[in-house]
Design a protein around this ligand. Structure first.
Ligand code: FPP
Length: 232
Protein backbone atom coordinates (compact mmCIF):
# COMPACT_ATOMS: atom_id res chain seq x y z
CA UNK A 1 0.00 0.00 0.00
CA UNK A 2 1.44 3.41 -0.87
CA UNK A 3 2.04 5.43 2.27
CA UNK A 4 1.37 8.77 0.58
CA UNK A 5 -1.07 9.34 -2.30
CA UNK A 6 -1.44 12.77 -3.90
CA UNK A 7 -4.08 13.87 -6.42
CA UNK A 8 -4.40 16.72 -8.91
CA UNK A 9 -8.20 17.12 -8.75
CA UNK A 10 -8.75 18.00 -12.37
CA UNK A 11 -11.74 18.01 -14.71
CA UNK A 12 -14.41 19.70 -12.58
CA UNK A 13 -15.12 22.38 -15.18
CA UNK A 14 -15.45 19.86 -18.03
CA UNK A 15 -17.67 17.63 -15.89
CA UNK A 16 -20.05 20.56 -15.34
CA UNK A 17 -19.93 21.74 -18.96
CA UNK A 18 -20.89 18.28 -20.22
CA UNK A 19 -24.05 18.61 -18.13
CA UNK A 20 -24.81 22.20 -19.11
CA UNK A 21 -24.04 23.33 -15.57
CA UNK A 22 -21.81 26.20 -14.35
CA UNK A 23 -18.17 25.30 -13.61
CA UNK A 24 -18.79 25.94 -9.92
CA UNK A 25 -21.18 22.97 -9.85
CA UNK A 26 -18.25 20.79 -10.88
CA UNK A 27 -16.15 22.08 -7.99
CA UNK A 28 -18.99 21.36 -5.53
CA UNK A 29 -19.21 17.75 -6.66
CA UNK A 30 -15.39 17.63 -6.74
CA UNK A 31 -15.35 18.61 -3.07
CA UNK A 32 -17.69 15.66 -2.32
CA UNK A 33 -15.36 13.38 -4.25
CA UNK A 34 -12.48 14.67 -2.13
CA UNK A 35 -14.40 13.78 1.05
CA UNK A 36 -15.21 10.28 -0.08
CA UNK A 37 -11.73 9.49 -1.44
CA UNK A 38 -10.03 10.91 1.68
CA UNK A 39 -12.21 8.67 3.85
CA UNK A 40 -11.55 5.69 1.61
CA UNK A 41 -7.78 6.26 1.77
CA UNK A 42 -7.91 6.32 5.54
CA UNK A 43 -10.03 3.15 5.66
CA UNK A 44 -7.57 1.18 3.51
CA UNK A 45 -4.57 2.35 5.53
CA UNK A 46 -3.06 5.13 3.40
CA UNK A 47 -1.41 7.39 5.97
CA UNK A 48 -1.07 10.56 3.86
CA UNK A 49 -3.56 11.88 1.30
CA UNK A 50 -2.69 15.19 -0.35
CA UNK A 51 -4.74 17.15 -2.89
CA UNK A 52 -4.06 20.11 -5.15
CA UNK A 53 -7.08 22.27 -4.32
CA UNK A 54 -6.01 25.74 -5.49
CA UNK A 55 -2.84 26.75 -7.28
CA UNK A 56 -0.94 30.03 -7.15
CA UNK A 57 -2.23 30.54 -10.72
CA UNK A 58 -5.91 29.88 -9.95
CA UNK A 59 -6.49 33.52 -8.83
CA UNK A 60 -6.74 34.32 -12.56
CA UNK A 61 -10.12 32.56 -12.72
CA UNK A 62 -13.39 34.54 -12.59
CA UNK A 63 -14.13 35.98 -9.13
CA UNK A 64 -17.28 33.88 -8.81
CA UNK A 65 -15.31 30.68 -9.31
CA UNK A 66 -12.61 31.74 -6.83
CA UNK A 67 -15.32 32.67 -4.29
CA UNK A 68 -17.03 29.31 -4.68
CA UNK A 69 -13.76 27.47 -4.10
CA UNK A 70 -12.95 29.58 -1.03
CA UNK A 71 -16.44 28.87 0.36
CA UNK A 72 -15.95 25.15 -0.20
CA UNK A 73 -12.67 25.36 1.74
CA UNK A 74 -14.42 27.28 4.56
CA UNK A 75 -17.17 24.72 4.81
CA UNK A 76 -14.81 21.79 4.76
CA UNK A 77 -12.42 23.25 7.35
CA UNK A 78 -15.32 23.95 9.74
CA UNK A 79 -16.55 20.41 9.29
CA UNK A 80 -13.01 19.05 9.79
CA UNK A 81 -12.61 20.90 13.09
CA UNK A 82 -15.87 19.31 14.31
CA UNK A 83 -15.24 15.77 13.15
CA UNK A 84 -11.47 15.37 13.33
CA UNK A 85 -11.36 13.67 16.74
CA UNK A 86 -14.05 11.16 15.80
CA UNK A 87 -12.44 10.28 12.46
CA UNK A 88 -8.82 10.52 13.66
CA UNK A 89 -7.86 12.40 10.49
CA UNK A 90 -5.62 15.45 10.89
CA UNK A 91 -6.55 17.98 8.23
CA UNK A 92 -3.85 20.48 7.33
CA UNK A 93 -3.41 23.12 4.65
CA UNK A 94 -0.14 23.98 2.92
CA UNK A 95 0.77 26.73 0.47
CA UNK A 96 1.31 30.47 0.76
CA UNK A 97 -1.55 31.01 3.20
CA UNK A 98 -0.65 34.63 3.99
CA UNK A 99 -2.92 36.04 1.27
CA UNK A 100 -6.00 33.97 2.17
CA UNK A 101 -8.96 35.68 3.84
CA UNK A 102 -8.41 36.10 7.56
CA UNK A 103 -11.31 33.87 8.56
CA UNK A 104 -9.87 31.05 6.44
CA UNK A 105 -6.45 31.52 8.03
CA UNK A 106 -8.12 31.26 11.42
CA UNK A 107 -9.95 28.07 10.47
CA UNK A 108 -6.62 26.61 9.32
CA UNK A 109 -5.01 27.53 12.66
CA UNK A 110 -7.96 25.96 14.53
CA UNK A 111 -7.56 22.82 12.46
CA UNK A 112 -3.87 22.62 13.33
CA UNK A 113 -4.65 23.09 17.01
CA UNK A 114 -7.31 20.37 16.95
CA UNK A 115 -4.95 18.02 15.06
CA UNK A 116 -2.39 18.20 17.87
CA UNK A 117 -4.76 16.23 20.13
CA UNK A 118 -4.87 13.24 17.80
CA UNK A 119 -2.87 10.09 18.28
CA UNK A 120 -1.28 8.63 15.15
CA UNK A 121 -3.91 10.11 12.82
CA UNK A 122 -4.19 9.79 9.05
CA UNK A 123 -3.11 13.10 7.48
CA UNK A 124 -5.24 14.83 4.83
CA UNK A 125 -3.47 17.80 3.26
CA UNK A 126 -5.10 20.48 1.13
CA UNK A 127 -2.71 22.48 -1.03
CA UNK A 128 -4.20 25.97 -1.30
CA UNK A 129 -2.46 28.86 -3.03
CA UNK A 130 0.22 26.27 -3.63
CA UNK A 131 2.86 26.32 -6.37
CA UNK A 132 5.85 24.00 -6.50
CA UNK A 133 8.18 26.68 -7.83
CA UNK A 134 6.91 29.21 -5.29
CA UNK A 135 7.55 26.67 -2.52
CA UNK A 136 11.12 26.01 -3.73
CA UNK A 137 11.75 29.76 -4.07
CA UNK A 138 10.67 30.24 -0.43
CA UNK A 139 12.98 27.44 0.70
CA UNK A 140 15.89 29.01 -1.23
CA UNK A 141 15.17 32.38 0.38
CA UNK A 142 15.13 30.85 3.87
CA UNK A 143 18.46 29.11 3.27
CA UNK A 144 19.95 32.26 1.71
CA UNK A 145 18.99 34.18 4.85
CA UNK A 146 20.87 31.61 6.96
CA UNK A 147 23.92 31.96 4.73
CA UNK A 148 23.67 35.75 4.94
CA UNK A 149 23.49 35.54 8.74
CA UNK A 150 26.66 33.43 8.75
CA UNK A 151 24.82 30.38 10.13
CA UNK A 152 25.42 28.21 7.09
CA UNK A 153 28.02 27.77 4.36
CA UNK A 154 26.68 27.39 0.78
CA UNK A 155 28.65 24.15 0.35
CA UNK A 156 26.97 22.71 3.46
CA UNK A 157 23.48 22.97 1.93
CA UNK A 158 22.11 19.44 1.46
CA UNK A 159 19.08 18.02 -0.32
CA UNK A 160 17.56 17.14 3.08
CA UNK A 161 17.92 20.76 4.16
CA UNK A 162 15.95 21.85 1.12
CA UNK A 163 13.25 19.24 1.90
CA UNK A 164 13.11 20.52 5.48
CA UNK A 165 12.37 24.04 4.25
CA UNK A 166 9.40 23.01 2.10
CA UNK A 167 5.78 23.14 3.29
CA UNK A 168 5.90 19.33 3.34
CA UNK A 169 8.84 19.18 5.76
CA UNK A 170 7.03 16.86 8.17
CA UNK A 171 5.73 14.50 5.49
CA UNK A 172 7.27 11.71 3.41
CA UNK A 173 7.44 12.28 -0.36
CA UNK A 174 4.41 11.05 -2.32
CA UNK A 175 4.63 7.46 -3.57
CA UNK A 176 1.79 7.78 -6.06
CA UNK A 177 0.48 10.91 -7.81
CA UNK A 178 -2.84 10.56 -9.60
CA UNK A 179 -4.03 12.98 -12.27
CA UNK A 180 -7.52 12.41 -13.60
CA UNK A 181 -9.22 14.06 -16.59
CA UNK A 182 -6.79 13.04 -19.34
CA UNK A 183 -4.23 15.80 -18.77
CA UNK A 184 -0.65 14.53 -18.67
CA UNK A 185 1.47 17.15 -16.94
CA UNK A 186 2.53 18.02 -13.39
CA UNK A 187 1.21 21.62 -13.35
CA UNK A 188 3.66 22.81 -10.69
CA UNK A 189 2.47 20.25 -8.11
CA UNK A 190 4.99 18.89 -5.55
CA UNK A 191 7.88 19.46 -7.96
CA UNK A 192 10.71 18.66 -5.55
CA UNK A 193 8.82 15.93 -3.68
CA UNK A 194 7.78 14.02 -6.82
CA UNK A 195 11.34 13.11 -7.86
CA UNK A 196 10.65 9.37 -7.44
CA UNK A 197 6.86 9.32 -7.35
CA UNK A 198 4.95 7.00 -9.63
CA UNK A 199 2.42 8.87 -11.77
CA UNK A 200 -0.97 7.48 -12.72
CA UNK A 201 -3.10 9.21 -15.35
CA UNK A 202 -6.72 8.42 -16.11
CA UNK A 203 -9.40 9.97 -18.35
CA UNK A 204 -12.02 9.88 -15.55
CA UNK A 205 -13.02 13.43 -14.54
CA UNK A 206 -12.46 14.15 -10.83
CA UNK A 207 -16.16 14.49 -9.92
CA UNK A 208 -16.69 10.97 -11.36
CA UNK A 209 -13.68 9.50 -9.53
CA UNK A 210 -14.76 6.63 -7.25
CA UNK A 211 -12.96 4.31 -4.81
CA UNK A 212 -12.78 1.70 -7.59
CA UNK A 213 -10.66 4.15 -9.64
CA UNK A 214 -8.36 4.62 -6.69
CA UNK A 215 -8.08 0.83 -6.42
CA UNK A 216 -7.11 0.69 -10.12
CA UNK A 217 -4.43 3.32 -9.52
CA UNK A 218 -3.05 1.41 -6.52
CA UNK A 219 -3.07 -1.81 -8.53
CA UNK A 220 -1.06 -0.13 -11.31
CA UNK A 221 1.32 1.28 -8.70
CA UNK A 222 1.86 -2.16 -7.19
CA UNK A 223 2.85 -3.58 -10.58
CA UNK A 224 5.62 -1.03 -10.99
CA UNK A 225 9.14 -1.66 -9.86
CA UNK A 226 10.57 1.34 -8.07
CA UNK A 227 14.30 1.45 -8.60
CA UNK A 228 15.18 4.97 -7.41
CA UNK A 229 17.88 5.21 -10.09
CA UNK A 230 19.36 1.80 -9.26
CA UNK A 231 19.01 -1.36 -11.31
CA UNK A 232 16.54 -3.17 -9.03
C1 FPP B 1 -9.12 21.88 -11.57
O1 FPP B 1 -10.20 21.50 -12.42
C2 FPP B 1 -9.64 21.99 -10.22
C3 FPP B 1 -9.49 23.09 -9.42
C4 FPP B 1 -8.77 24.30 -9.86
C5 FPP B 1 -10.12 23.15 -8.09
C6 FPP B 1 -10.10 21.87 -7.31
C7 FPP B 1 -10.90 22.08 -6.09
C8 FPP B 1 -11.90 21.26 -5.68
C9 FPP B 1 -12.24 19.95 -6.31
C10 FPP B 1 -12.66 21.65 -4.46
C11 FPP B 1 -11.98 21.02 -3.32
C12 FPP B 1 -12.67 21.31 -2.07
C13 FPP B 1 -12.22 20.84 -0.92
C14 FPP B 1 -13.03 21.10 0.27
C15 FPP B 1 -10.96 20.10 -0.79
P1 FPP B 1 -10.71 22.50 -13.52
O2 FPP B 1 -11.80 23.32 -12.93
O3 FPP B 1 -9.56 23.27 -14.08
O4 FPP B 1 -11.31 21.53 -14.57
P2 FPP B 1 -11.33 21.72 -16.14
O5 FPP B 1 -9.89 21.49 -16.57
O6 FPP B 1 -12.24 20.64 -16.57
O7 FPP B 1 -11.82 23.08 -16.45
Amino acid sequence: MPQHIAVIMDGNGRWAKKRGMPRTAGHKVGAETFRSIATYCKDIGVKYFTVYAFSTENWKRPAEEVDTLMNLFRRYLKEAIETMAEKNVAVQVIGDLSVLAEDIQKLIADCNREAQNLENPAIATLCINYGGRDEIKNAVRALARKVQAGELLPEDITESMISEHLYTAAMPDPDLIIRPSGEIRTSNFLLWQSAYAEYYFTDILWPDFKPEHLEQAIEAYNKRQRRYGGIG
